[in-house]
Design a protein around this ligand. Structure first.
Ligand SMILES: C=C(O[C@@H]1C=C(C(=O)O)C=C[C@H]1O)C(=O)O
Length: 377
């Protein structure tokens, strides 16, 4: 208690009174929010009944509607008048929708693990906490799990703002029929984690994934120049190792700290403050237009002069906004290449259809990987 309060009992009484009035108000608002959330959940159950009646197989894909969820989140943000910021506001709606969807049918999401990695964080950011997330140990496994129907959706990293593209993810699309049905961008914050028994002035080893070590190089040079940097298979694995080692620390995200009960000795130690990673949501089905979408395709050109120009020119002429072009070696022959191209728009848009039909007449092969809502959160 502050001195001024003990000197002023009348002030204390009025403060207590003001607080208790506000709490009565909060209780009453909570009651209304609670009733409204359940009213919303009942509507979702009715939606589920209609979907069940109209779907032959009763599969989850008919229950989870990425385009509708993106619209709900965008609308929540447009409506928001504060004081909560847009992202925080949408996050609350994300969780409400997640709980409503779980009532309709629980969604199973495979992700590149282990538990506690940024990919799991991305899965939860996209699907909310009511989704059932399953950790797998390789990107190929996530693709296989989705292709076989063992998981409804998968989450894999595709590019990092400082380290570039995750080539393994792109390569997996070449031999797979899975579709891209969403994207999620995560701001990557690295933290310096220690255990209860770590002697912070005697740290001689720092564990992390090689990418994270390189993303925190300057911070490590400044604070622990002599500690050995040990690259391990994931940040979560790094956190796990620190448990029980008095002279070691790990660089990892907050989820790993919580999972392995470690302390945040220093937060946000990444050299680039806007370090972020983009993840793709993969699934078995195509997604309808949400009003603000992106399309990803992969094309292989004929090995002849002007092939790349011929491929890009129709996009330019139809005023299609290309957001990314990535070149990868084709798996079919030495010195053949494929291009992964992302652009704004949905395959159901007439301009996109016109551009794509021209492109496909000029290339050896064109595969649409998916049209999906641009990341909202
Ligand atoms: C309720 C629906 O089903 C699911 C739940 C949603 C929600 O809670 O708003 C939105 C889309 C679907 O993933 C729907 O399709 O409208």
């Amino acid at each position: 208690m502050k001195d001024s309060d003990s000197d002023n009992p009348a002030g204390q009484d009025s403060e207590r009174e003001a607080l208790s009035q506000l709490r009565v108000k909060i209780d009453s608002i909570d009651e209304q929010i609670g009733e409204l959330i359940n009213a919303r959940a009942r509507c979702a159950q009715e939606v589920a009944e209609i979907k069940k009646r109209h779907s032959a197989d009763g599969e989850i894909s008919t229950f989870y509607r990425p385009e509708r969820e993106a619209q709900v989140l965008r609308r929540a943000m447009e409506r928001n008048t504060g004081p909560l910021d847009n992202e925080e506001f949408a996050r609350l709606f994300r969780e409400i929708m997640s709980a409503c969807l779980a009532l309709e049918a629980p969604v199973k999401v495979a992700y590149l693990g282990p538990e506690g990695t940024f990919t799991q964080q991305a899965a939860i950011k996209h699907f909310g906490h009511s989704a059932h997330t399953v950790s797998l140990s390789a990107i190929d496994e996530v693709f296989r799990e989705v292709a076989s129907g063992a998981a409804h959706f998968g989450v894999v990293p595709v590019e990092n703002s400082t380290e570039g593209v995750v080539t393994h993810t792109l390569d997996n699309f070449l031999g797979s029929s899975v579709k891209i049905c969403g994207e999620v961008v995560l701001r990557i914050h690295h933290n310096f984690l220690v255990s209860d028994i770590t002697r912070v002035d005697s740290i001689s080893r720092v564990y992390s994934h090689a990418q994270s070590l390189s993303q925190c190089r300057k911070w490590l040079d400044a604070h622990y120049p002599r500690a050995e940097r040990v690259a391990v298979s994931s940040n979560a694995e790094a956190a796990k190792r620190v448990k029980g080692e008095w002279n070691a620390a790990a660089i990892a995200g907050k989820m790993a700290a919580e999972l392995y009960d470690l302390n945040l000795h220093a937060e946000s130690i990444e050299d680039q403050p806007d370090n972020s990673t983009r993840f793709l949501i993969i699934g078995a089905d195509e997604v309808e237009a949400s009003g603000d979408d992106k399309t990803s395709i992969v094309v292989s050109t004929r090995n002849e002069p002007g092939a790349l120009h011929g491929l890009l020119e129709p996009f330019h002429r139809h005023n299609v906004d290309l957001t990314r072009v990535e070149t990868r070696p084709s798996l079919t022959g030495t010195w053949n290449y494929v291009f992964f191209i992302d652009f704004s728009g949905h395959v159901s848009d007439s301009t996109i259809q016109a551009a794509l039909s021209e492109v496909s007449s000029r290339v050896a092969d064109l595969k649409i990987l998916g049209s999906y809502p641009k990341g909202v959160l």
